[in-house]
Ligand binder design. Structure first.
Ligand code: MG
Length: 380
């Protein structure tokens, strides 16, 4: 069982819940990294006593230093700092829950250093899936999914053979705008889009859930994690978020994982795997729900999802382009600079800026991500 963790993205929604799990399970925390929330990071440093902490934004260094005066904790910054935390000698598992494709390099560093990776940063696999999966295979290390859908698939796989999977049922809540037409989405505000019906998450992923980009990213993530073809994934809109995804096997038997929509369950499973332990989440009462509903996604209205499926079907750097365009477009939307529907238009159109390639390097991914962001900034 995991003994010592380094948590990248410790002040976010997944990071704070992961620390709750660490407390409950008695895991040590040797590293903590945050983007800019110095107040919460300082509190966490005082409570968990990590050996090292990273504040990604260098301009926040002095503020953090002042807040943790007297603590025996080394502070590092930036991408180099994140990678230091991803390779700490004391850590046996790196939990990566940073937001966006900046998570890719630390994930690759952690694998290179032979660490197990509990992965909540889906952009890692969306942009660098091929590199990450190949590196993990070579090193013989486990990538343990934290995303609730991928955890459900991973749990449904236990005791079965991957080669006998017929398809994956990837469930989707549908977000706050399920059933709406394009016309009805014209005047969506940031506040409307941040109001998710079932999950309490950070701003970027909440917007991604409203556009269904999140499901598109998860589609790509599932393909890499479970070695699937696009036609082996069926997205099922399931408004109640009780069935967290499942697998249909070659005998048409479907095995799925159910539970309350509470991220502490998948976070804990990734950290205690293959064991199961009591969890502070609420028990699932199916009687409280009465009935569960299922529908097909509307990919013509939610074109971010359509873009992701097309991107991974084309392969190469297309997933990197749509991801980069989305990261930039969501930032602009949150800033009030573009409309909700512009996000999908820009993401879809970004696929025009590159040509198909089969082989690419880490540097190609970084360059393509930059191109995608520039495209969005030039066309918004
Ligand atoms: Mg998810």
């Amino acid at each position: 069982m995991t003994k010592s963790l380094s948590i990248l993205g410790s002040t976010g929604s997944i990071g704070t819940q992961a620390l709750e799990v660490c407390c409950a399970q008695g895991f040590e925390v040797c590293g903590l990294a945050a983007n800019s929330n110095v107040e919460l990071l300082a509190e966490q440093i005082k409570k968990f006593k990590p050996k090292k902490a990273c504040i990604y934004r260098e301009d926040k260094y002095s503020e953090l230093k002042a807040l943790i005066d007297g603590e025996d904790c080394e502070i590092v910054c930036g991408m180099d700092g994140l990678c230091e935390l991803a390779t700490m000698e004391e850590a046996d598992t790196i939990l990566n829950s940073v937001v966006g494709m900046i998570g890719l390099k630390p994930t690759l560093c952690a694998i290179e250093a032979g660490k197990n990776v509990a992965l909540a940063n889906k952009e890692t696999l969306v942009t660098g899936g091929k590199l990450v999966i190949n590196a993990a295979k070579q090193k013989g290390i486990d990538i343990l999914p934290i995303d609730s859908e991928h955890s459900a698939i991973f749990q449904s796989l236990q005791g079965n053979k991957r080669s006998q999977i017929k398809k994956i049922l990837l469930t989707a809540s549908g977000g706050p705008f399920f059933g709406k037409t394009t016309n009805e989405l014209k005047n969506v505000t940031v506040e409307n889009a941040l109001n998710h019906p079932n999950w309490d998450m950070g701003a970027k992923i909440t917007i991604d859930s409203a556009t269904l980009m999140n499901k598109g990213l998860e589609f790509i993530e599932a393909m890499w994690l479970f070695d699937l073809k696009p036609e082996q994934i069926e997205i099922v809109v399931h408004r109640e978020s009780v069935i967290h995804s499942g697998i249909e096997y070659c005998d048409n038997s479907v095995i799925a994982q159910l539970g309350m929509p509470d991220m502490r369950i998948p976070i804990q499973y990734a950290l205690t795997y293959p064991d199961r332990c009591p969890c502070p989440s609420r028990e699932l009462s199916l009687f409280d729900y009465g009935k569960l509903t299922f529908a097909k996604p509307d990919i013509d209205t939610f074109i971010c999802l359509k873009a992701c499926i097309e991107a991974i079907t084309r392969g190469g750097l297309y997933p990197t382009v749509v991801n980069g365009a989305n990261e930039q477009a969501v930032a602009l939307f949150l800033d009030g600079k573009i409309s909700f529907l512009d996000i999908g238009k820009l993401v879809y159109k970004s696929m025009e800026i590159i040509k198909p390639v089969n082989n690419f390097t880490f540097d190609d991914i970084i360059y393509t991500d930059k191109l995608a962001r520039e495209f969005v900034l030039a066309n918004c």
